[in-house]
Design a protein around this ligand. Structure first.
Ligand SMILES: [Zn+2]
Length: 484
């Protein structure tokens, strides 16, 4: 019985601890130079990232700034009744997360991903899975039930691979792209590593695999997916500049595929941190990750992709090749955005870092829970505010109105505290007027424009993004307060 209680730590995790890595910077010229030799001038974030990676210390000693923001904006909070690292999402947070989920999924479908759904728990006694668990560097939750032992999935890999194992696949079907947005994937991260939305025990992961015929097809697909990654991250509201790339590979892969790795790194456009392993301990020969450096100078991987040379065989996935022989595919594992929660974390940390430089914090317009707030100057103007908010909502713009019996200045201040991008104050002068005064958060100025013009300006900025209505009643007075 005592054996059952023992923590399940995979062999991969144990070997990761023992792992000796060699660290380099891959320059724009395609050379590997040691960290000591590289001149980090003008590459401050790369230096921070390199230091963070070499240390491999994931302990959190200070609360990251996004934690107080996720609460004060009433997005997300800790759930004291759950296991730490499992969060509650208030209506605004749920909406932001849902929009991100829809956007990333849309990108993957455009790329050609076939969406599937697979179980969240699997038997630990399934021979393939038991073997795989030992190759994946993560800690699992386990559940005992009917004399069997199950683990909660930490990625979508198993479900998709088991499905591919049972499928009949021809070389003509390759690359075969399978996608699932896991809600949730579970990892039993150590308590000291948990920090707000950055590292969780239950998270939402877009996971897209591609089965490829061989390394040649795999490389082509890998580059195509890099484009998916870039489009996804910039579409969310990040800039390419805000990331540092890490490429991790075996020495052998580097030696045999130097030109491919060099040209891939050149697409990123900046020097890249390289981690080289003498032997292959994981199931992949190469993986890369794009890392966001936060306000406390911690690095967090968002997007990633991997060349997996083991699991085609391990899971018995086969395809019929042109020569009539059954072969195992090469598998690519990609998350184009990283965990959705981590995107929210990075957006909030980014807003915080901007604030330090004197930039008014905001979320990307397409994610702002309220895009336009109508503020009536008195009770007499509530009807007008309501009418205008509804008019905006009909054009699929998230508008609400502040009908509380408060002074106008207080209402404006509260709207600013919510980071609302457009505030319209409505009084006597605005009744029947063509134009209304719009306070634009981005430039801090008052612009006079028609509602139609404001609507078309917003529509232009959120073009191609999913839409959801305001996540709370349109009347601010009719809203509960969730935090504080
Ligand atoms: Zn995977």
């Amino acid at each position: 019985m005592s054996e059952k209680k023992e923590e399940v730590i995979s062999e991969a995790l144990k070997s990761e601890e023992k792992l000796k890595s060699q660290w380099y910077i891959l320059t724009m010229g395609g050379d590997l130079v040691t960290l000591d030799e590289f001149d980090f001038k003008g590459h401050k974030n790369l230096q921070t990232f390199s230091g963070y990676e070499v240390e491999k210390d994931r302990t959190v000693t200070q609360e990251p700034p996004h934690v107080s923001l996720m609460k004060s904006l009433e997005l997300v909070d800790y759930e004291p009744a759950s296991d730490p690292g499992n969060m509650r999402y208030y209506p605004k947070g749920r909406m932001v997360k849902a929009l991100l989920e829809e956007f990333v999924t849309g990108k993957v479908l455009d790329y050609g991903g076939m969406a599937v759904e697979t179980p969240i728990m699997y038997s630990m006694n399934h021979p393939t899975l038991a073997n795989y668990l030992n190759r994946f560097p993560a800690r699992q939750y386990t559940i005992e039930h009917d004399d069997d032992r199950y683990f909660l999935r930490f990625a979508a890999c198993f479900g998709q691979f088991l499905m591919a194992h049972d499928a009949t696949i021809s070389y003509r079907d390759l690359p075969l792209r399978m996608y699932e947005l896991t809600r949730y994937s579970f990892r039993r991260e150590q308590r000291g590593e948990l920090a707000g939305l950055r590292r969780l025990r239950a998270f939402t992961m877009p996971d897209v695999h591609a089965l490829c015929r061989d390394l040649k097809q795999g490389k082509k697909e890998f580059l195509r997916r890099y484009k998916l990654v870039e489009d996804t991250l910039t579409g969310i509201g990040f800039e390419k500049d805000e990331f540092e790339m890490g490429i991790r590979m075996t020495e052998e892969f580097w030696k045999k595929n130097k030109r491919f790795v060099q040209s891939f790194a050149r697409r990123f456009g900046k020097p890249v941190l390289v981690e080289l392993w003498k032997e292959r301990i994981f199931y992949f020969v190469l993986k890369y990750d794009l890392n966001f450096i936060d306000a406390l100078e911690n690095a967090s991987a968002l997007a990633t992709d991997q060349f997996d040379v083991e699991n085609g065989e391990r899971y018995g996935i086969t395809f019929m090749d042109e020569d009539g022989r059954e072969k195992h595919p090469l598998v690519l594992h990609c998350s184009p955005s990283g965990a959705i929660e981590r995107d929210i974390y990075a957006l909030l940390e980014k807003a915080h870092m901007g604030m330090k430089k004197g930039i008014r914090p905001s979320l990307p317009l397409w994610l702002a829970p309220t895009q336009v707030r109508m503020i009536p100057v008195s009770e007499d103007h509530v009807a007008l505010a309501q009418k205008y908010a509804k008019r905006m909502a009909r054009s699929k713009i998230r508008a609400d109105y502040d009908d509380r019996p408060e002074r106008v200045q207080k209402k404006i201040r509260d709207a600013e505290k919510e980071w609302i991008p457009y505030i319209v104050v409505l009084g006597e002068r605005e009744i029947g007027a063509e134009e209304v005064p719009v306070r634009v958060r981005e430039d801090g100025k008052l612009h006079s424009m028609s509602l139609k013009k404001l609507a078309s300006e917003i529509k232009k900025q959120v073009k191609g993004k999913p839409y959801r209505p305001v996540p709370l009643p349109m009347s601010v007075q009719g809203r509960p307060r969730f935090v504080g």
